[in-house]
Design a protein. Structure first.
Length: 693
């Protein structure tokens, strides 16, 4: 069990400071200091913040020294109204607050009639003087308009100072992680390790092992924030940085949008492989579509927001593979390629000067004789080997390798992503919102380009993620606010090696009574690895799931010059993994049985994997018996944060966090690990023998 204790003390200097703290990380905080013309604090001034045309309203009173704080605000552009007995009312407009932000607005009231009003327009970009947190924010406009690959918002993370995208391999053999349906964690934030960052959606976790499980549509994002350093104690469970995405919500007026992006192959260039072989340009069509809609069901009471993002893509994926030449398949034309094949039934001890030229030592202990005329007799040909060999497509190019080009090979990708949010105001003291996200993506792309059932890598992989978030905010008093957030996330992946499944059985190849592990129910054919040829027959899959229940209560309190924020977090996570491996078997056919010396090769032309296959002699084979597991991973944390306004130009951010990450536990006790001393083993054996007598 790991116990992590974090104490943070950050200093923030500036002008016109006031106590503030970060509320739950999908909310914002507006704070400041109300004073008269001499700078003396005004107590019990009524401070009200609201978004024009929206029900987003908060109200409080200034406390000791004139300090005030309005936590748990939705991100937006606010108007601030301040009223105090004996002073003119003051209104400040265009105050922009963002998610997990702390904005300080210090005001001075003029003596006069309360019926007089002073209106002040302020700059919407405020210097964050009450917090030492370092972060980069991207608002709605930036997220939508900045160029990104595949309109995936997390592309913008690498634009933040201190962030490095560590993905090194791309293309057909790599994984870019840049498309909107991809899941990646290869970001190094502030020197942390890749895969140790935390991703949040409206403050709720959507990552468990450092990889995001959902990339929301850019049309639905209110703000994306990358926190790289010195964030306060409410943020934890990360070895690098924290990335929080805040989604939009509905308002009193209805607004919507629709989009359509279409890419066609008309202006695409052909690939060099296709040009070399005279093959036409592959088809490449990308189609992304969707929209948003938000508004009020009941004015100032119930608000909804919907988003939908759909994606379809057909992308050319020309592949060059290796297939046995046609004239080798009858076992009679090895000499055409300079290959020498030897009869494994003639294996004997090598004799120097007899089996080798005079004065030449034997290359190995055992030697074989070459087949007469370098041909395999028909009586020795295996029907099973011939049937397996017939699964390979005919080459369309010269040579022993890289002789099969499938220029028409394509990859097909797609996903759907609906998002729905409902906000409800019970009263000025209570509000609730519920958020639902869902994404289902599919991907199909052959890795060898062979037709079924010899295909490999063509299985339609699926990734499904769903998140449910419920958050309740309750104002217990003008100086105390309670917040409770609960979320449930589930992310599942399945990667079949082929779409064939059981379309080809071992019996159909003539392999009778081939055992398979009880972890599979189908009698699929074994995978075949052939020397100088691409492997064929995909007969396995992998399945993974990540489940996460998160409960996070917190309280914000204003006490004089202190704004206190404390709470806790409990996570019950589960990781499941299943994969039978080669439960239906795998055979490897090398040159070992038909090379001149047993156990020692003299080059690629010494023996032939095709000859071994035609003789029905695999060099190796195995069957996997893999068990599945489901590991639970509980975690809890307690934290307290104090933003203390020592004086107008000095604010201290003090935080304390205690984390406990419990170790993995196999839910059904199917995992064994440890060691037993030899003494205990001998004792157990002795007891067993005594018992038999």
């Amino acid at each position: 069990m790991n116990h992590l204790l974090t104490i943070a003390g950050f200093f923030s200097l500036g002008f016109a400071l006031a106590p503030a703290c970060q509320a739950q990380n999908s909310w914002a905080t507006l704070s400041g200091h109300v004073a008269d013309a001499t700078g003396s604090g005004i107590v019990d001034a009524v401070v009200r913040a609201f978004v024009p045309g929206s029900p987003d309203t908060a109200e409080t009173k200034s406390g000791k020294g004139g300090a005030y704080s309005l936590p748990f605000l939705l991100p937006g552009t606010y108007t601030l109204q301040i009223a105090a007995t004996g002073f003119k009312n003051l209104t400040q407009t265009d105050i922009s607050v963002k998610a997990a932000d702390t904005v300080n607005v210090a005001v001075r009231l003029e003596i006069g009639d309360v019926r007089n009003l002073v209106t002040v327009g302020v700059d919407s970009d405020w210097l964050q003087t009450a917090s030492a947190s370092r972060s980069q924010r991207f608002d709605t406009y930036a997220v939508r308009e900045l160029p990104t690959v595949g309109r995936q918002a997390y592309n913008l993370i690498s634009l933040s100072p201190g962030v490095l995208f560590a993905q090194e391999q791309f293309g057909s053999t790599g994984f870019s992680g840049l498309r909107n349906f991809d899941n990646n964690g290869q970001y190094v934030i502030n020197g942390g390790r890749a895969g140790t960052n935390q991703f949040l959606l409206n403050g709720a976790p959507i990552s468990l092992t450092g990889t995001w499980q959902l990339s929301p549509s850019v049309e639905a994002i209110q703000e994306l924030r990358v926190m790289t350093n010195t964030y306060d104690a409410q943020f934890g469970r990360t070895g690098g940085g924290t990335v929080n995405v805040t989604l939009r919500s509905g308002a009193n007026s209805w607004h919507g949008s629709a989009f359509e992006y279409l890419h066609n192959a008309v202006f695409d260039a052909n690939s060099s492989e296709n040009n070399r072989n005279g093959t036409g340009r592959g088809k490449h069509i990308t189609h992304e579509f969707g929209g948003t809609l938000g508004g009020a069901i009941r004015r100032d009471k119930d608000f909804v927001f919907f988003s939908f993002d759909g994606f379809r893509e057909i992308a050319p994926a020309p592949v060059v593979s290796d297939t046995p030449p046609s004239d080798l398949r009858d076992g009679k034309h090895f000499s055409n390629y300079g290959i020498r094949v030897y009869d494994p039934l003639t294996t004997r001890t090598c004799r120097e000067g007899i089996d080798t030229p005079r004065g030449t030592q034997c290359f190995s202990t055992y030697i074989r004789l070459q087949f007469p005329r370098n041909m395999i007799p028909d009586s020795r040909l295996s029907l099973i080997g011939s049937a397996i060999l017939a699964l390979y497509p005919e080459p369309n190019g010269p040579g022993l390798t890289q002789n099969f080009l499938n220029g028409a090979n394509t990859g097909r990708f797609g996903y759907v992503q609906p998002i729905a949010r409902w906000d409800h105001n019970f009263s000025e003291r209570d509000r609730l919102y519920a958020l639902f996200t869902f994404q289902h993506s599919t991907q199909t792309q052959s890795s060898n380009g062979f037709p079924s059932p010899a295909d490999l890598g063509t299985g339609t992989s699926e990734r499904t993620g769903q998140n449910y978030i419920l958050e309740w905010t309750h104002v217990t008093s003008p100086s105390t606010i309670f917040d409770l957030r609960m979320s449930l996330g589930r992310f599942t992946e399945i990667y079949p090696e082929s779409n064939c499944g059981s379309c080809l059985t071992a019996d159909q190849l003539g392999i009778l009574n081939l055992p398979h592990a009880p972890t599979v129910r189908v009698n699929a054919a074994p995978r075949v690895d052939l020397d100088l040829a691409s492997p064929i027959i995909g007969n396995t899959f992998t399945w993974n799931t990540e489940n996460q229940l998160d409960i996070a209560p917190s309280v914000s309190q204003t006490r004089g010059k202190h704004l206190l924020h404390y709470g806790g977090e409990f996570v019950y996570a589960g990781l499941g993994k299943a994969g039978p491996g080669r439960a239906n078997g795998e055979f490897a056919f090398t040159r070992q049985w038909t090379q001149q010396y047993a156990g020692r090769s003299r080059g690629v032309l010494d023996g032939s994997g095709v000859a071994d296959l035609l003789l029905g002699l695999p060099y190796s084979g195995y069957i996997d018996y893999n068990d599945n597991f489901y590991r639970t991973w509980p975690y809890f944390a307690l934290y307290a944060q104090d933003t203390w306004r020592v004086r107008p130009n000095l604010t201290l951010n003090l935080g304390l966090r205690y984390d406990v990450q419990f170790p993995f536990v196999e839910r059904f006790n199917r995992s064994n690990q440890g060691s037993i001393s030899r003494r205990k083993i001998r004792s157990a054996i002795g007891s067993s023998q005594t018992g038999r007598h």
